[in-house]
Design a protein around this ligand. Structure first.
Ligand code: VGL
Ligand code: ZN
Length: 204
């Protein structure tokens, strides 16, 4: 059983959004196509309460690294606040095809880049247990952003023993520092994650 893991394809992460990722909207048709080629479709949704600890209080603090309850935390613009437009899935994404959605980043005191665990690995979202229950042995990872939530989700998936593949043209990254996306892809490859283009997948 394989699963397509769609990471954070939400309005705030596409051009016009609070934490816009360049080209973030371009991956939607690619992901819609991939959904038809996978057994199970799982989405993650960044879902922060107002006043989340990852939010910069002042615009000039964006990108700064601070201590948040003992962990290094990059400060981001206010984004993906629960029940707001920015947190909704991007228009045109075939959400009807989702089997389930896991929300993350709900605890104000800790960020959650991975769709499986928060950044301190203290709490699980339930995605790991879900994949085990569904007897998934292979994961294809797509979404936003390559150098944050996509990377940490893929690393946790390979860590739990799944054959894991990053479909690189179905992802876009932040590149807060130039080269971050390339470094993230290299790190995933080094961890045993296959890196492919979407056209390599056989239509089923
Ligand atoms: C993300 C930064 C903050 C992501 C989420 O989805 O990659 N990045 N929150
Ligand atoms: Zn976030």
């Amino acid at each position: 059983m394989n699963a397509l893991i769609i990471v954070d394809v939400q309005n705030d992460f596409i051009p016009g959004g609070a934490l816009a990722v360049a080209g973030g909207n371009e991956i939607v048709p690619v992901i819609n196509q991939l959904m038809e080629q996978c057994d199970l479709v799982v989405a993650t949704q960044d879902w922060h309460p107002e006043g989340h600890g990852s939010f910069a209080q002042r615009p000039e603090d964006i990108g700064m690294v601070v201590d948040l309850n003992g962990l290094d935390q990059v400060l981001w613009p206010v984004h993906c606040v629960q029940e707001t437009f920015g947190a909704e899935f991007v228009d045109g994404l075939n959400i009807e095809r989702f089997d389930t959605v896991f929300r993350k980043g709900t605890d104000p005191g800790i960020d959650s880049y991975s769709g499986l665990f928060d950044n301190g690995k203290r709490k699980a979202t339930g995605l790991d247990q879900y994949l085990r229950d569904q007897q998934v042995d292979e994961a294809f990872v797509v979404g936003l952003a390559t150098d944050y939530c996509v990377k940490f989700t893929a690393l946790d998936l390979v860590d739990m023993g799944l054959r894991t593949t990053l479909i690189v043209d179905a992802c876009r990254g932040v590149n807060l520092t130039p080269g971050d996306v390339d470094r993230a892809v290299a790190e995933m490859r080094d961890a045993g994650i296959a890196i492919i283009q979407s056209n390599v997948l056989d239509p089923t």
